[in-house]
Write a protein that binds this ligand. Structure first.
Ligand code: RIB
Ligand code: CA
Length: 311
């Protein structure tokens, strides 16, 4: 039985890889919907990119909804310097043919969770948690209905990537992060501590370029620009968001620990910092599984094998 998932996303170059990986797993994943969120680029681009990517992946039937156009409290922080003005720097996809669904993404999330039997739907967060937080506030009954929230978010040992203390998805909407962390939903976090181990190095890029499918060519295009392979000192671009999907497909690729994670929502220097209580010194209750060890070679074997299938 394929696992029902909803992907909440701000595509975004690495989001694009995650979406293509999910599309390449039709036996294992039943994608109910994509819900776009304001993040790397504004909502008008993230929702359009979501539709373009589904059409690239041959699944225009999957509904796309636009969610929140800004964080719960703070002004939007975008990341065009990483993802380009379109959000898909290096990849030029045609205008989407399938229209955006008219319902708001938050309402679509609530409706989908209420329509499915409790414990059957996994929510994959690839951007700021604004939509899920808003849904939990608007409809608290959906919390116990969620099988698992799997979220690329946070940083501990690595420090942040948008400030020295904070990772982007949390920093962009720290208040939403707090709602999710305090909600009691079964939560798995994939922080920079994990995703910085998963880099598309030049050698891996060479393997990718051997795969003759449109999906593989799209991923190569997204990560081949001057800022692609050379990201962060030539180590290669970290594939943050695809780790969320890989966790669903092959959970043995990653390991970590059940701990308490809190978030700074008031600091000036540390706003959006995830305070991961790895040694249990605070006595605060466990609220998340924090994954921080990755089998990077195993991840790329999975990714490349799946991209080769997605014609
Ligand atoms: O910090 C990495 C995260 O921020 C990824 O989800 C990337 O797409 C950006 O949204
Ligand atoms: Ca993202």
């Amino acid at each position: 039985m394929a696992r029902k998932i909803i992907i909440d996303t701000d595509p975004g170059r690495d989001d694009a890889v995650a979406i293509l990986l999910a599309l390449a797993a039709p036996q294992e994943l039943d994608i109910l919907a994509l819900v776009a969120v304001a993040g790397n680029v504004p909502i008008a681009r993230t929702e359009s990119n979501a539709r373009r990517l589904l059409e690239l992946g041959g699944r225009p039937d999957i509904p796309v909804y636009a969610g929140c156009a800004r964080p719960l409290v703070r002004p939007p922080i975008t990341a065009e310097h990483v993802h380009g003005g379109t959000g898909l720097h290096g990849l030029d996809l045609p205008e989407p043919q399938v229209p955006l669904r008219p319902e708001h993404g938050v309402d679509a999330l609530i409706a989908a969770l209420r329509a499915a039997p409790p414990g059957e739907v996994t929510v994959c967060l690839l951007g700021p948690a604004t939509n899920l937080a808003m849904a939990l506030v608007k409809a608290p009954d959906i919390g116990p209905r969620i099988a698992e929230v799997v979220w690329m978010a946070g940083a501990r040992s690595e420090g942040g990537n948008v400030t020295p203390a904070a990772e982007y998805n949390v920093h962009a909407d720290p208040d939403a992060a707090r709602v999710v962390l305090d909600s009691g939903v079964p939560l798995t976090l994939l922080p920079l501590d994990l995703t910085h181990q998963v880099r598309l190095t030049d050698a891996r890029l060479g393997r990718l370029r051997q795969i003759d499918t449109a999906a593989a060519r799209a991923v190569a295009a997204l990560f081949s620009g001057a800022d692609g392979a050379a990201l962060q000192g030539g180590l290669g671009g970290p594939l943050h968001d695809p780790c969320v999907i890989a966790h669903l497909l092959r959970p043995g690729l990653f390991a970590g620990r059940a701990i308490n994670v809190a978030v700074e929502t008031a600091g000036s220097l540390t706003l959006g910092m995830t305070v991961a209580d790895w040694f249990g010194v605070t006595g605060r209750p466990v609220n998340a599984t924090w994954l921080n060890r990755a089998d990077a070679d195993g991840f790329f074997d999975l990714l490349f094998e799946r991209l080769a299938r997605l014609a």
